[in-house]
Ligand binder design. Sequence first.
Ligand SMILES: [Fe+2]
Length: 397
Amino acid sequence: MAYYRQVGEVPRQRHTQLRDAAGALLREELMGEEGFSSDSSLLYHRGVPSAITAAETWELPDQGLAPNHPLLPRHLRLHELQTGTDAVTDRRLLLGNADVRIGYVRTGGPESATGFYRNATGDECVYVESGSGTVETVFGVLAYRTGDYVVIPRATTHRWVPAEASRLYAIEANGHIAPPKRYLSRYGQLLEHAPYCERDLHGPTEVHLAAPTESTTGVDVLVKHRVGGRVVGTRYTYATHPFDVVGWDGCLYPYTLNIADFMPITGKVHQPPPVHQVFEGRNFVVCNFVPRKVDYHELAVPVPYYHSNVDSDEVMLYVAGDYEARKGSGIGLGSISLHPGGHAHGPQPEAIEASLGAEAFDETAVMVDTFAPLELGEGGLAVEDPDYAWTWARGGQ
Ligand SMILES: [Fe+2]
């Protein structure tokens, strides 16, 4: 995030004294990326942000990954996946590699609010397939709703508080997630050709302090981190409540972007997926396909050509509408397709003819393209459709 934001109370100049009404000195914390060389924010705490009193192992759910071998295109039926209701601890792993892991959970209502959590392995981008609620963070509260990408910077302490059952598709990076560089001016402003702009990004507007009814001592925070090549967890106990920030400013903070605010770029002939890009991470990108007018050449073929993405695996989550290119494949809402590098994929054969003359597509899908092969988590394997790989040869029957 390159956009400066100030919320709550901060001293007039950085690294100078700030006292509360009782005269107590607040503790300044710089939270910054890339070793003081990238975006950062300064937060002012009532307590000591380093004051832990205990640390023990937090056993994560199964993080194992099985190779996609023999190499197959895959179809995962997410809505058949049973999960617990905690947005953090009950995520089931669908797909992953060393750069990114994708998990899924269906929460309950307000009773399923999570404990405090932060991901020290990288930024999280949680796509809200459905549902609403809030994410409370050390920077303040984000409201979330269906279609939001909730982007939470690495090591941001937060908790999910669903207002209703929410289907959450969690993209966890081993690094940072940001708008593509080509969308940005050299000073970081989103350019005119970008499909969204700063007005579409919604960050915290006020600080969020612990409620007086909450315990302010002995508060647990779950930390996801890495040991060697593995993702593991630690449960810290803090001397003071993590929501003790009276103010902050800077360019690093969580925010939301709703998929409905993404302005699709269309053309006379088929436009390639990079025009649909939303974010980039290290060795992966996030794109989305939204309802749009389609190609207006008189002989246009609106569905994609077959494509062999020799350097990437492609993961599509189908979230709304009717996805033209997958007709006849068994894929429907709540499906994921994995089209790996090394396998040319494209429309089911009958979908091509059926698309001719179409003026608009009513489809919403979220795509993650990874530049290293993905492997399958236990959640993905649990809901795989074993017939998908053969649907092109059967003419979709
Ligand atoms: Fe594709």
